[in-house]
Design a protein around this ligand. Structure first.
Ligand code: HEM
Length: 210
């Protein structure tokens, strides 16, 4: 038995719902830290909470993009965790948004004004809006109603959503900082890995001639 096969055997025994518990506790733990001011890491408790939750959501979105390449290149199959990761990422983004709204800017007027006036917030909001139909349809009933093909096509929205999230991060950290650029580079690389280059070359006669 190969290492990938034994890892897959072990993963089969881990129920996907455990991820909901892990991320709910993780998000709750961050809230507790902010509430009790028990960390010296965050100079501002509200913005600290906003940042760590946003970062956790982004990491989960990257993990989702990594599932297919991991299976292709290593044989390790994490596909059964994709839905739980997607739904968890959505709720963490919602949490990030609600912290910003209720604890940071506080008034609906400022929320709307910021979404309109500040491009990095507009972009973050765009990512949240794209994730919404994915979260709503992440159940067996929606798959049956939409049909597997339409459902899969709808879930391609993940790609622009993750890209927007990365641009949101690069933009808000003014001055081309290494950390957000690294996240963006990882996301672009993972998206490029998904492109079916052979099929694209065949579809573009100019390219296939070469
Ligand atoms: C997929 C969606 C989103 C992801 C993955 C995401 C992720 C992030 C990340 C990683 C950060 C920076 C953390 C750091 O500096 O360490 C951040 C900051 C922030 N995000 Fe988001 N975000 C998303 C959507 C949104 C939405 C919908 C809003 C509000 C409409 C928003 C508002 C903010 C704000 C206000 C900050 C802090 C900016 C500052 O420090 O000046 N984000 N977000």
């Amino acid at each position: 038995m190969t290492l990938a096969q034994s890892i897959n055997g072990w993963l089969r025994r881990v129920p996907a719902w455990t991820l909901y518990v892990v991320f709910a506790l993780w998000g709750g733990w961050y809230f507790y830290l902010a509430l009790t001011r028990s960390t010296g890491i965050w100079t501002n408790q509200v913005q600290g909470l906003e940042h760590v939750v946003g970062l956790l959501a982004l990491k989960i979105l990257i993990a989702i993009l990594a599932i297919t390449p991991i299976r292709t290149y290593t044989g390790i199959n994490l596909v059964k965790f994709r839905r739980a990761l997607g739904v968890s990422a959505f709720f963490l983004v919602l949490y990030h948004f609600l912290v910003w709204w209720f604890l940071d800017v506080q008034t609906l007027g400022r929320v709307v004004a910021d979404i309109i006036k500040r491009p990095y917030i507009t972009i973050g909001m765009g990512a949240l809006v794209l994730l919404l139909p994915l979260a709503v349809t992440s159940n067996n009933l929606s798959i049956r109603k939409l049909g597997p093909l339409a459902w899969r096509r709808l879930h391609w929205l993940t790609y622009p959503a993750v890209l927007l999230a990365a641009v949101h991060f690069v933009w808000l950290r003014k001055g081309w900082q290494l950390e957000p650029l690294t996240y963006l580079a990882i996301i672009v690389a993972l998206l490029l890995l998904r492109v079916k280059w052979r099929r694209l070359a065949l579809a573009l006669p100019g390219l296939s001639r070469g």
